[in-house]
Design a protein around this ligand. Structure first.
Ligand code: FAD
Length: 472
């Protein structure tokens, strides 16, 4: 349980009195990381939330669509185009936050399918999905395709090997063989190209929105630890996945409702620091704050600090790169596998050309499977679509950059705690963890906690309740 060092029993003089005025804190970025920091600091600090975009939420981006519902009546409903799912095992803080805010969740489907053009024996597309035995063999001819059967055998072997590694405790010590890049590991263990191209890279690409060449450079330990924790390499006892019913913007709205000073379409241009605090430069304005939480991406944070960044900040933030992704929300079913039997919640499309493949991952989220939607018509978010989607089907297009977790990045992450609070600057972002929502949430909580401690702000009951994992 968190020990409240700063409040004292009635009748006693507190050892470290709270400052007379709450500190003025700027938070840059309204993704989960910035919102988590703001939520934790509410009532303790005087917060100003800066958001460059024209909506709050960052990668939490619910968009309204209007389509005929199952009864033929035109209806408007929210769909998520970025953050979509969480599970009961590895998102304890997010689940606690949703429960605290009264945000409704519903069960989600985490099935995945693969389309590999030209990979079928006759030269056509190979299609399969992991929903059931019938969908694994959605193309019945694969029952007699030795390459396909080899892939299936390799999946079983891979799950066995990696589960054993995880149980032994995959570590990141400098001499650990598990620092080996994934590509070398797959070769050394004799996994087939079919396993790599039709299962492993698609699955990992879906999870990390990460292209093939980056994926193959991942350290084995990171992949093993992550997949084990998320139940991705277990055949049984997989965690249940959930989504926010009606759209994830609901939690964004609930948190921002409590922030008096929140500014949309207000990109911070520069952050200047001195002995008295921090100055935030926006277009035509310079404002003074006592502290700042940079809850934007690592590369964006480094740009804001510019030439004033310390050597440590430059090294750490500079080592964690971001990769651009283009997301298109649409209703064009032609991007999904030809055989409807092979449709899944996450549909990976392998590129016909290897060069495109290694540049960007292409996957199609079938939102009807991921979220409870009132319509039958397929609603799809395509990440980096390889084929153009007809404009008449397109609802919107969005840019969502994703962190790249190579070995340099993973080593740099270990140095983030040492940056916190230097020159009244705190860092938060999903980039400090595995890149997921729980990571962003935890990073915001940690940044807020460091700020609370540095400014001797007494954690209140509401604050402790907002930090079940971090303050426990
Ligand atoms: C397509 C896609 C789907 C995903 N789905 C899931 C999922 O289902 N589950 C999951 O756990 N994770 C998912 N993720 C991962 C997701 O990125 C993280 O979960 C998380 O939302 C990232 O939060 P963040 O706060 O670190 O960054 P962001 O949400 O990107 O927030 C950063 C914010 O900072 C703002 N900003 C940047 N610079 C400035 C500036 N100079 N001034 C002011 N504001 C600025 C940006 O506009 C943005 O709003 C997905 C990612 C992608 C790309």
């Amino acid at each position: 349980m968190y020990t409240d060092h700063h409040s004292a029993p009635a009748g006693h003089t507190p050892a470290s009195p709270r400052p007379p005025h709450p500190p003025r804190v700027a938070i840059v970025g309204s993704g989960i990381s910035g919102l988590a920091a703001a939520h934790t600091l509410r009532g303790l600090a005087d917060i100003t939330l800066f958001e460059a975009g024209d909506y709050f939420g960052g990668h939490t981006h619910t968009v309204d669509m209007t389509l005929p519902n199952v009864h033929g009546v035109t209806t408007t409903f929210g769909v998520d185009t970025g953050f979509l799912v969480l599970n009961e095992r590895t998102y304890p803080n997010l689940l606690a936050l949703f429960a605290q805010l009264g945000v409704p969740i519903a069960k989600s489907d985490m099935s995945f399918s693969v389309q590999a053009p030209g990979a079928a024996p006759g030269g056509g597309p190979l299609e399969w999905s992991g929903c059931s035995l019938s969908t694994v063999f959605a193309q019945r001819r694969n029952l007699l395709n030795p390459r396909f059967l080899r892939m299936l055998a390799d999946i079983v072997r891979f799950n066995r090997i990696t589960t054993r590694l995880a149980e032994q405790g995959a570590d990141l010590r400098d001499n650990s063989p598990l620092l080996q890049p994934l590509g070398d590991f797959l070769r050394a263990q004799g996994f087939s190209n079919e396993f790599r191209d039709w299962y492993f890279l698609p699955m990992m690409g879906c999870i990390w929105s990460c292209p093939t060449d980056q994926m193959l450079a991942f350290p084995v330990a990171t992949m093993v630890r992550f997949c084990h924790n998320h139940g991705l390499i277990q055949v049984t006892n997989r965690p249940q996945w959930y989504t926010v019913e009606g759209g994830a913007r609901q939690y964004v709205q609930k948190i921002t409702a409590n922030i008096a000073d929140k500014r949309l379409s207000t990109p911070v241009q520069q952050v200047l620091r001195d002995g008295r605090g921090v100055r935030v430069v926006t277009e035509g304005h310079v404002e003074r704050f006592d502290a700042i939480v940079l809850a934007c991406h690592s590369d964006q944070a480094l740009r804001l600090l510019g030439g004033e960044a310390s050597a440590n900040e430059r090294e750490v933030l500079g080592a964690i790169r971001y990769q651009p992704n283009r997301a298109v929300l649409h209703t064009d079913r032609s991007v999904l596998p030809k055989s409807e039997r092979a449709w899944a919640a996450w549909n990976y499309e392998r590129s016909a050309s290897t060069s495109v493949e290694s540049a960007q991952v292409c996957l199609h989220y079938l939102l009807n499977r991921l979220q409870p939607l009132p319509v039958m018509q397929p609603v799809v978010v395509s990440l980096n679509p390889q084929r153009e989607i007809a404009a008449r089907h397109v609802v919107g297009e969005y840019a969502y950059d994703h962190p790249v977790f190579d070995l340099a990045a993973i080593r740099a992450q270990a140095r983030v705690p040492a940056l916190q609070g230097q020159l009244n600057t705190y860092f938060a972002g999903a980039w400090t963890g595995y890149g997921f929502h729980e990571d962003g949430l935890k990073s915001g909580l940690h940044a807020a906690r460091a700020l609370i401690d540095a400014h001797r702000l007494a954690p209140t009951a509401q604050c402790t309740a907002a930090l079940p994992g971090v303050f426990a």
